[in-house]
Design a protein around this ligand. Structure first.
Ligand code: GLN
Length: 536
């Protein structure tokens, strides 16, 4: 059977956290640079329909696509590396697979058959893998299988891969990531865990074509030979993947190991010419040689797990590079921030970002941080809940409404300056029901935001239930907090700014999701620029 799209499956063995997402994104980047259109898909073996209802402490940030999918944070890496938007089809969970199979069963589509993991669940997985391939948009689809080979929950995925390898034998390959640990006591790198994890894949009927070996030390020729021999792969298909200083180094490290070349060879595609990746290298060299630095405080309630704010911290890296500045992020726990330590915690910062979030935990610390930034004229960027906190703070301390709040936290407050969006009021289900995905926004000419974007029409991604309460609009404007971005259809306030402040912007949307290496986000670039200009 032939198939015009080629599939690369990426599996992981030995341990989790080997960086399959970064390897997949790096490979896609290299294939893209060779002139192939490539996309990446993540299959997650958990039973949640999507990560939207997951606490960030579980899996880090929930990434949001233009089409409003709440997805795994790896999709953020894919977009940041490739500068191509992903969509709902790029992330599938076991929950979604089962949901769809069960719905089909209820509709009678299986014609009385017993519905089973094989073939029904595996067929659904295979269909989902091929949705992107069949769209005709991509030459190569890279499908990353979440979890570790051998996990009970990832078995149906490995089985689906086995079947596809069989059905489309010339169009599919498997890249398996493993760990080659260094045993300090023996002074040696050890290949046994790799051998075992390949054996485990073989037991499931899958022979990997390429092994990507995560290691802290050089994988010498002897070790490569040993791995190749024990794992039935060619020598050039044993790829060393050394720990890197920055995730953005990985595409170049993989290029040096010729991962992309080996992949193309095994897929029967021409290598074309080796790409120079000039822009990428330029980005890296600016990243490594900043001419200045700024200290930015990131105020949030999940700061113990930095992955909870992955897109924000990556957007800082991109914006830093644009400004030739190193952005030192100080992670500030909003729950631990109070009037008594505000000054000592925030006084040395050149900029303050108040992060998105849900619920009441840490909200007063966020509001205090906004106040400090406003009163001390420190550049400020508030995102989603951060913007809502800026509105609440302004209402309380400038308009004098002591009990102003968001109805998310105080439903009966006298001054609900942030209130639930009309369309949200009759929704009771939690999953996938927020205002999600890309919406147009009209910016006010000459505002800080329109200067930052250099246009007055933008589109940004949303994920929220509450909004600025337009009943208060006039009062805010009179007192100096200006709505400078609005949804052109509904009039929802999407951006607020404060006059007479060096740079104070609150955005109801999430700019961080759209920042990439090729296109650092204009709001982050302008925020870092303001922070540099107002440096302590
Ligand atoms: N909890 C707020 C809302 O639902 C903000 C959400 C967010 O920060 N993403 O509107």
């Amino acid at each position: 059977m032939s198939n015009s799209t080629k599939y690369v499956f990426v599996t992981g063995g030995v341990t989790s956290s080997l960086g399959k997402g970064i390897i997949s994104a790096s490979l896609a980047k290299l294939l893209q640079a060779r002139g192939y259109s490539a996309t990446i898909q993540k299959l997650d073996p958990y039973i949640n329909i999507d990560p939207g209802t997951l606490n960030p402490y579980e899996h880090g940030e929930c990434f949001v696509t233009d089409d409003g999918a709440e997805t795994d944070l790896d999709l953020g890496h894919y977009e940041r590396f490739l500068n191509v938007p992903t969509s709902q089809a790029n992330n599938v969970t076991t929950g979604r697979i089962y949901q769809s199979v069960i719905e089909k069963e209820r509709r009678g589509e299986f014609l009385g058959k017993t519905v089973q993991v094989i073939p029904h669940i595996t067929d659904e997985i295979k269909d989902r893998i091929q949705i992107l391939g069949k769209s005709g948009e991509y030459d190569i689809v890279i499908t990353e299988i979440g979890g570790t080979v051998g996990d009970i929950e990832s078995l149906p995925y490995v089985e689906a891969v086995r079947q596809m390898m069989w059905e489309f034998e010339n169009d599919c390959i498997v890249v398996h990531l493993t760990l080659v640990p260094y045993l300090a006591a023996a002074g040696e790198l050890k290949t046994k865990p790799t051998q075992h994890s390949v054996k485990q894949l073989l037991e499931l009927g899958v022979q990997p074509d390429i092994l990507c070996c995560r290691t802290e030390h050089e994988l010498d020729l002897t070790l490569r030979k040993k791995i190749a021999k024990f794992c039935n792969v060619s020598m050039n298909a044993v790829i060393e993947s050394r720990d890197a200083e920055s995730i953005y180094d990985v595409p170049l490290l993989m290029q040096a190991e010729e991962l992309d070349k080996v992949v193309l060879e095994k897929l029967g595609l021409s290598a074309k010419s080796t790409p120079k990746l000039d822009n990428w290298k330029e980005f890296l060299s600016r990243l490594k040689k900043p001419t200045t630095e700024v200290n930015i405080g990131l105020v949030g309630k999940y700061v113990e797990l930095k992955d909870s704010y992955k897109s924000i911290s990556e957007a800082f890296i991109h914006a830093g590079v644009s400004n030739e500045a190193r952005v030192n992020v100080k992670w500030i726990h909003s729950e631990k921030l109070s009037k008594s330590n505000l000054e000592s915690e925030l006084k040395d910062l050149d900029g303050i970002l108040v992060a998105p979030g849900f619920g009441s935990r840490g909200i007063s610390g966020k509001i205090e941080a906004v106040r400090f930034a406003r009163e001390n004229k420190i550049p400020f960027l508030g995102i989603c809940l951060g913007m809502q906190c800026a509105v609440i703070e302004f209402a309380r301390h400038v308009l004098g409404y002591d009990d102003a709040h968001t109805t998310e936290i105080d439903e009966d407050c006298k001054h609900p300056v942030i209130s639930m969006m009309e369309e949200q009021k009759n929704i009771s289900e939690k999953g996938g029901t927020m205002r999600l995905g890309a919406y147009a926004c009209q910016l006010k000419p000459e505002s800080k935001v329109s200067l930052a974007y250099n246009t007055d029409k933008i589109s940004e991604r949303h994920r929220h239930r509450f909004e600025f309460n337009n009943k208060y609009m006039e009062e805010f404007e009179k007192a100096g907090m200006i709505p400078t971005g609005k949804n052109p259809e509904t009039g929802l306030v999407e951006v607020v700014e404060i006059e007479n402040h060096p740079w104070f912007v609150g955005a109801q949307f999430h700019p961080e999701y759209k920042s990439t290496v090729a296109k650092p986000h204009p709001l982050f670039v302008a925020f870092i620029d303001a922070a540099i200009k107002n440096k302590k």
